[in-house]
Design a binder for this molecule. Structure first.
Ligand code: HEM
Length: 410
């Protein structure tokens, strides 16, 4: 990292200009440490890395206000290193008034009630992935569980056969190799997007030929309308792609960090075994402390002053969620895992109108995974002393691998 000359601000004050590459793979935990350092050294700075440049807001209050004012911070682009992306994700990149029309269609499918109804099936899927691992005494948690279980759970929730889980897990992995700005991954990313689209087009054609299936998101979307018109095929394919990309990689990443924590903290495993009602709180604390969202991008819609910075229309900003979620100005014991933390208003699922559509699904998946894993494998530890690596925070952080081991009971 280099700190460059201060950029003049309208009030005459200086704002640091830096040159950070947020896309690189680093040792696990480095991105949260970096976010802490950035937040404590400056409330905002201008990051020049990657050509265009963008403003970074590092503290809780500013991140909250970015999310709270979507009329100034548009979702037209959420990746500040790519202000004019070639793709358009629905509903992610839509602003008001279009955005809510699509959320109204999708929200009921992923509501708390719908997810409660889906829980028994998810639990069965979860057990089916864990049970075969138990006698082996070890596993590579990410590849053998965290990628596959949320994928299968998600497919079952939208009515697609879970036999496709492995194929989806590969696509999602390939996509995120390019999303964080790493040019080496771009080719894999583009191919994965193309393959996924072909799959969804075939599913769509199949539902047109065989409509009226219960519990099938496609059949539901085919009957939905926006402004009195059926949803356009292209938009429907966009929506499916977003659901896939937003839902699968994220949950595997959070599961990875949560189980890394539990492997290192037998006292927390003990508490969860003794008091399972703490599991939802522990999931929430994972989403705060081990947030996988390094930052979230927005595009400025008009000239405005924001938290001491003169922003211009078209500027990109990056709300440093990882900084906000550990900001000691907002949180007590900000850097600690407080297993029974109450009023945990973190930004792990963002905030404002784009707050994660799938948060009730993700929470359920994580809660069920914890319950079932601890039931079948109550004691476990890291399977290796090797340094763990995480994918760059430019997209979302994720552990590549997590070896775990446990004693096999006779
Ligand atoms: C632990 C897992 C998850 C995390 C940490 C997570 C995080 C997020 C975040 C931070 C956003 C806001 C992005 C932005 O505004 O720029 C978001 C949006 C979204 N998430 Fe999730 N997510 C998770 C799981 C899921 C799942 C399982 C689904 C599947 C249904 C899903 C679907 C979506 C969709 C469709 C959006 C766009 C919502 C909108 O723009 O209105 N997510 N998620």
């Amino acid at each position: 990292m280099r700190v460059l000359e201060p950029r003049a601000e309208p009030d005459g004050g200086g704002c640091p200009v830096m040159d950070h590459d947020f896309s690189r793979q680093r040792e696990m935990g480095t991105y949260w440490t970096l976010a802490n350092e950035l937040r404590e050294s400056c409330p905002h700075f201008y990051n020049r890395y990657d050509g265009g440049g963008y403003w970074v807001f590092t503290r809780y209050d500013a991140v909250r206000d970015v999310y709270k004012t979507p009329e100034i911070f548009s979702s037209e682009s959420i990746t500040p290193w790519e202000p004019d992306p070639v793709y358009r994700f629905v509903p992610t990149q839509l602003d008001a008034p279009e955005h809510i029309k699509y959320r109204r269609i999708l929200n009921p499918w992923f509501s708390p009630t719908a997810m409660a109804a889906a829980a028994p099936t998810m639990r069965k899927i979860c057990r089916d992935y864990i049970e075969p691992l138990v006698p082996g005494g070890s596993c590579e948690f990410i590849g053998e569980f965290a990628l596959l279980y949320p994928t299968a759970a998600f497919l079952s929730v939208i009515g697609v056969s879970i036999e496709h889980a492995e194929m989806f897990a590969d696509w999602v992995d390939d996509f995120f190799s390019g999303f964080g700005g790493d040019p080496a991954g771009l080719e894999r990313m583009t191919k994965a997007l193309g393959d996924m689209r072909v799959f969804w087009s075939e599913q769509l054609a199949d539902r047109r030929a065989n409509p009226h299936r219960d519990g099938d998101l496609f059949c539901y979307l085919l009957t939905a309308s926006v402004d009195g018109q059926p949803i356009d095929d292209e938009v429907m394919l966009d929506m499916c792609t977003v659901l896939t990309l937003a839902g699968l990689d994220t949950t595997r990443a959070e599961l990875g960090y949560m189980f890394h924590h539990l492997a290192l903290h037998p006292e927390h495993r003990g508490q969860l075994l003794e008091s399972p009602q703490l599991i939802p709180l522990a999931v929430e604390e994972t989403l705060r402390l081990y947030t996988i969202i390094f930052g979230d991008g927005r595009k400025v819609t008009r000239d405005t002053e924001f938290h001491g910075v003169q922003l211009r229309k078209g500027d990109m900003v990056y709300a440093l969620v990882s900084g906000a979620n550990r900001d000691p100005r907002h949180w007590e014991r900000a850097d600690e895992f407080v297993i029974d933390r109450r009023r945990n208003n973190h930004f792990g699922f963002a905030s404002g109108p784009h707050r994660c559509l799938g948060m009730h699904l993700a929470r359920r998946e994580m809660q069920i995974a914890t319950e079932e894993w601890l039931r079948l494998i109550p004691e476990f530890e890291l399977g290796s002393d090797a340094q763990l690596l995480e994918r760059g925070g430019g997209s979302m952080m994720a552990l590549h691998q997590l070896p775990l081991r446990w004693e096999v009971r006779p």
